[in-house]
Design a protein around this ligand. Structure first.
Ligand SMILES: NC(=O)c1ccc[n+]([C@@H]2O[C@H](COP(=O)([O-])OP(=O)(O)OC[C@H]3O[C@@H](n4cnc5c(N)ncnc54)[C@H](OP(=O)(O)O)[C@@H]3O)[C@@H](O)[C@H]2O)c1
Length: 201
């Protein structure tokens, strides 16, 4: 498949790239910092652009099968509206480019629960941005899947548990590699269409 990754220089984005190539996909890394991506010129192409620039996104997205969005603010305490602005630009660009499938990264803290409530209070601005992003995606009419993982870790395996509409029981962490694996799986398998999915180790 021809995959389009927004946030490809990030830690989850890098995992998507490293798993997608051995799975036989080609990837366009849509990034603000192209120097951070090692492109082989064959399986990985790089486009420089802003994730809130609908015009540029629509141009870059032509002839792709699916879009992955794994953006995150550099500092969650300083988060703003990046995720919602990007979601709006991305969903509009996808319609213009006639790309239907979207897998997007959100956060398990948006599920109900005491501990999630604490996390939502600590990360209030970022969580509001995540929720607004989700609302835009849910009302887009596209074939979306929203992934809600708990605390993300480095390293680890590609193994995950998933549950539609709720977090997997006693799942408190997940590796970014497993998040990437889940997002690739749902696109390859056309699963969890128009669902919010809790994922965890
Ligand atoms: N940390 C956790 O425990 C946790 C738990 C659950 C969910 N999440 C979610 O995971 C996401 C973060 O994933 P991650 O750790 O893989 O991210 P990350 O490593 O921090 O990477 C963030 C990506 O977003 C890009 N980016 C940030 N600000 C940008 C801007 N203004 N314009 C263009 N690109 C921008 C970065 O580009 P540059 O490389 O150019 O900076 C990078 O590609 C967050 O949205 C968060 O809600 C995190």
């Amino acid at each position: 498949m021809r995959l389009f990754v927004i946030g490809a220089t990030g830690r989850t984005g890098q995992e998507i790239l490293s798993l997608a190539i051995p799975r036989g996909h080609t990837v366009t890394a849509y990034v603000r910092s192209p120097q951070k991506i090692a492109s082989d010129g064959k399986r990985i192409a790089v486009w420089k652009g802003s994730p809130t620039d609908e015009e540029r996104l629509a141009e870059a997205m032509q002839n792709h099968d699916a879009v992955f969005s794994v953006l995150g603010p550099v500092d969650t305490s300083m988060a703003g509206t990046l995720l919602q602005k990007s979601a709006l630009a991305t969903t509009r660009a996808m319609k213009r480019a006639k790309v239907e499938r979207l897998a997007i990264l959100s956060a398990a803290a948006l599920f109900p629960g005491f501990l999630n409530g604490i996390a939502r209070r600590i990360l209030r601005v970022h969580m509001e941005d995540c929720l607004a992003m989700e609302k835009i995606v849910e009302s887009s009419g596209l074939e979306w899947t929203i992934a809600r993982p708990p605390r993300l870790t480095g390293g680890g395996s590609t193994t995950y548990r998933s549950r539609e509409g709720a977090p997997p029981k006693m799942g408190f962490v997940l590796s970014r590699r497993a998040v990437a694996s889940f997002m690739l799986d749902v696109v390859e398998q056309k699963s969890h269409l128009q669902k919010i999915v809790g994922i965890a180790k």
